[in-house]
Write a protein that binds this ligand. Structure first.
Ligand SMILES: Nc1nc2c([nH]c(=O)n2[C@@H]2O[C@H](COP(=O)(O)OP(=O)(O)OP(=O)(O)O)[C@@H](O)[C@H]2O)c(=O)[nH]1
Length: 153
């Protein structure tokens, strides 16, 4: 009998800080959000996700996010608001994703890992999106009262 590929494992999850950068519209409502593509050479290269990365020893989620967004995108975030958490099991890793919303940053966006970026709205047009990104689109849809399909592919 083969093992159920969806059964939870006892692997210890790796903590990952993920930033949901949101721009507000003229009325101050949350509007478009930033997706970036995973660079060549990483697992799931070319898939779209929210930017971020693994916590280093002793770092808080916000500290890791500040470092990762500086390293990957060249921006400096002001602060971040804890929003959602999710554990994902991939064949290559088990991760605990800590999603923070970010509304303020300084600096010009530079794609320092030759990735791409897109300011998106629902439904998202960048594709394919990473499996761990789909629940985030659903949370955003719930917050915004968006009842249609959130992404393609
Ligand atoms: N950044 C990011 N990672 C995500 C998201 N969703 C998701 O499942 N992940 C997973 O979380 C892990 C993050 O690792 P990473 O490879 O991006 O982080 P890193 O920059 O520290 O990687 P490195 O070890 O290559 O330096 C990957 O296994 C990735 O598949 C997401 O929305 N954003």
């Amino acid at each position: 009998m083969s093992a159920d590929p969806h059964a939870p494992t006892n692997r210890v999850p790796v903590d990952v800080a993920v930033g949901v950068l949101v721009r507000r519209d003229a009325e101050g409502h949350e509007a478009d959000f930033l997706l970036t593509s995973r660079p060549e050479g990483k697992v799931y290269a070319g898939y779209w996700e929210f930017p971020g990365g693994k916590l280093e020893a002793g770092e808080t989620v916000e500290q890791a996010l500040r470092r990762e967004l500086q390293e990957e995108l060249g921006i400096t975030i002001g602060g971040s608001q804890p929003w959602q958490e999710l554990v994902m099991e991939y064949p290559h890793a088990k991760v605990r994703l800590h999603f923070h919303k970010v509304f303020e940053w300084t600096g010009e966006f530079e794609m320092r890992e030759q990735q791409s970026m897109a300011w998106e709205r629902l439904p998202v047009s960048s594709m394919p999106v990473l499996p761990g990104t789909i629940p985030v689109l659903q949370w955003l849809a719930a917050e915004r009262g968006f009842a249609e399909v959130t992404h393609r592919g």
